[in-house]
Design a protein around this ligand. Sequence first.
Ligand code: SAJ
Length: 434
Amino acid sequence: MNFQKICVLGLGYIGLPTASTFATHGLKVVGVDINPHVIETLRKGEIHIHEPGLRSVVGAALSSGNLSVSFQPEEAEAFLIAVPTPFYHDRHGEYEGRTYRLADMRAVSSAAEAILPHLRKGNLVILESTSPPRTTVDLVQPILERSGLKAGVDFYLCYSPERVLPGQILRELVENARVVGGITPESAEAGCALYATFVKGEIIATDATTAEMVKLMENTTRDVNIAIANEFARLAEKFGVDVWEAISLANRHPRINILNPGPGVGGHCISVDPWFLVETAPELTALIYHARLVNDGQPHFVVARVKQALGSLNGKKIAALGLAYKPDVDDLRESPAVEVVHLLQKEGAQVKAWEPFKPDANLEGIHMAPSLAAAVQDADALLLLVRHTEFTNLKPVEIASTSIARLAIDCVNGWDRDLWEPAGFQVFRLGVHP
Ligand code: SAJ
């Protein structure tokens, strides 16, 4: 199959890089978004999200004339849906006393409905949004078939998960293996042909529901593995063990790879996707559910640790270093560091936050310091929440000369006690008994 023109619905963290990459590989691409801010920003040749290398790819795609942006899809040979699948805030499910979150699939339904008037015989539709199992066949297919065309007979329908790592999206989009699940083998073949436009990694055909499960299994595995690392940190503190040393020794075993404890799991993927499995089969997902609880409880565990280090939190001045959801990115969405700051403040602490990747972030109720120096200056304690390279490179002697703090609390194993203690700091580390 040969594609000349496609529509990409949703121009966020996945849709925009994907649309631009197709465009720089010679396809005509109509990028569609319902958000006026997104469309206006792109029409000015600017971008609304931060991702290394994205600005130049979008710029090249727009100036070549291959990428245009619009509020509405139009006729094309293929349609890609890359819209958000968040949770309902006001609705929860319940199973045997376990309360779980419910996915809000309205953006996927609306995108499928927007494609309807433009769907023609021989077209290909691919859902990329992370979704509960069977979404492609149970939700998207019936909507598209309202056109009178039959999926798998008159048009091709696929699910293909994105698996790119924020911070490395453009490289991973091209290099990662791509799983393409069709509702028929012919659909999968058509999907594989489209991604072959730019994907250099292996392109593997399967069925749509398997492809949905693959994505959810990947992120759920990571979540459960981080949960056990966090539980090990709690156990290590109880037994007077340094969890970081214990993990590095355990990882010398040829078949063990324990991940890192930390202040919790954030971002838009790992902390979200396991709930799609819990929602669709609460009776089969006790482990996945409890892992979520452990990771969601981790910010509370950190706050208890800080309280222990400071005696009490009331009126204490704390410099919170890092608000991003993980190291060396500017993404603050669903960040456990942000939650830690809110919880500290709830207990009466006065927190100044410093986030080098987003110094002017506007977060309700959070006082952003204009610089590292301003954050640490009059603090009673320094709290390291994100392992940004800038923070692991800090020179404790220099910090000691700019701050009155003599207490350093490290939640991410970013500071070397042997350097910080001689500079006059008392060091507390998550997962290490004081
Ligand atoms: N984290 C830990 N300990 C660790 C590793 C991570 O606490 O040892 C925390 C991070 O600090 C962060 C969260 O977990 O708060 C998630 O970070 P991450 O780097 O594990 O994952 P994401 O959310 O940036 O990207 C993941 C990736 N999935 C996997 O690695 C299985 C990526 O490939 C997916 O494309 C992405 O989710 C997605 O969009 O689904």
